[in-house]
Design a protein around this ligand. Structure first.
Ligand code: CP
Ligand code: NVA
Length: 336
């Protein structure tokens, strides 16, 4: 397996074998970390972490993973650089490519991260775009594998806005890894047909199944995983809230829905989640619309079925695999 110098822009660019390789490597890094064994495989390298949108998990995962690998990370905040305002992506790519060994980008269109990769001359990693969130999917798949021992044939039901980064990327991940993916939402919230067709073609090769169901209780029958995400994503205008709440409230993950899926079903969420009133946005939504949670109830979020913090931890082990696979020659990784 050789991913040396390869960017990580979306899972569609990777074969199932390459994705499984990254998952196995992540598991090895996790074991090393738990055993307290140092693994500074990339000593002397530097990476730029561009964040045009805010982040807790992704930023911290990249910074801590970088530290453990011996990499020096430089964080560029949403308003702390010239990017986009005074300097184009193409020029930024050529500047940063001269100084850094790799670049992480979190921001808006997928075309931006693709352009960065085209001109940087060093590997670029997608830390979330409007369309895809591939490092999150690696963490999610590692978590599912840890819980069930395997991925093939497992049924993941995604509840909510399935047209955006999380719905799209989970569909791609499930298609690549031979899983059963169900998007459960009103018709208007299903992923773009072009992407669905690509995923269905992929599913034919891997034995995956992809389906779209509007009825929550039918969708979750025999589910192994119920997954949800926020109803309004970063960068979307405030005026979509009212319609999203109206359209997606029937798709909230409740204890009753979890129960109907079966006792072994786990609950997943990329986080952050609106499950209580302990956030300023959560409180504002309560004041305006009178609801005390959105995509998931506090009861489900805090239940034993919820593995959301395992997912959050796995962001960091999987991002370590992504960075090291791009920055190290394969022989260096053979000994991990
Ligand atoms: N899940 C995730 O990407 O979280 P952050 O926005 O905190 O990075
Ligand atoms: N769909 C969410 C994911 C956050 C990790 C967003 O883009 O805001």
């Amino acid at each position: 397996m050789n991913l040396y110098k390869k960017s990580f822009l979306k899972l569609l660019d990777f074969t199932p074998e390459e994705i499984n390789y990254l998952l196995n490597l992540s598991g090895k890094f996790k074991s090393l970390k738990k055993a307290g064994i140092p693994h500074k495989l990339c000593e002397g390298k530097s990476v730029a972490l561009i964040f045009e949108k805010t982040s807790t998990r992704t930023r911290c995962a990249f910074e801590v993973a970088a530290n453990d690998l011996g990499i020096h990370p430089v964080y560029l905040s949403p308003d702390g650089s010239q990017i986009g305002k005074k300097e184009s992506i193409k020029d930024t790519a050529r500047v940063l490519g001269r100084m850094f060994d790799g670049i992480e980008y979190r921001g808006f269109g997928q075309d931006i991260v693709e352009e960065l990769a085209k001109y940087a001359g060093v590997p670029v990693w997608n830390g979330l775009t409007n369309e895809f969130h591939p490092t999150q999917i690696l963490a999610d798949m590692l978590t599912i594998k840890e819980k069930f021992g395997e991925l093939k044939g497992k049924k993941l039901v995604y509840m909510g806005d399935a047209r955006y980064n999380m719905g799209n990327s989970l569909m791609v991940g499930c298609a690549k890894l031979g899983m059963k993916f169900v998007a459960c939402a009103p018709d208007a919230y299903f992923p773009d047909k072009k992407l669905v067709d690509i995923c269905k073609a992929e599913a034919e090769k891997t034995g995956a199944e992809i389906s779209f169901i509007t009825e929550p209780y039918i969708a979750v029958e025999d589910a192994d995983v119920i997954y949800t995400d926020v109803w309004v994503s970063m960068g979307e205008p405030d005026d979509v809230w009212a319609k999203r709440i109206k359209d997606l409230t029937p798709y909230r993950v409740t204890a009753d829905l979890m129960k109907s899926a079966g006792e072994n079903c786990i609950f997943m969420h990329c986080l952050p989640a609106f499950h209580d009133l302990k956030t300023t946005i959560g409180q504002k939504i309560y004041d305006k619309y009178g609801i005390n949670c959105m995509e998931v109830t506090d009861e489900v979020f805090e239940s034993p079925a919820s593995v959301v913090f395992d997912e959050a931890e796995n962001r960091f082990h999987t991002i370590k695999a992504v960075m090291s696979a791009s920055l190290c020659k394969p022989e260096v990784l053979e000994n991990v």
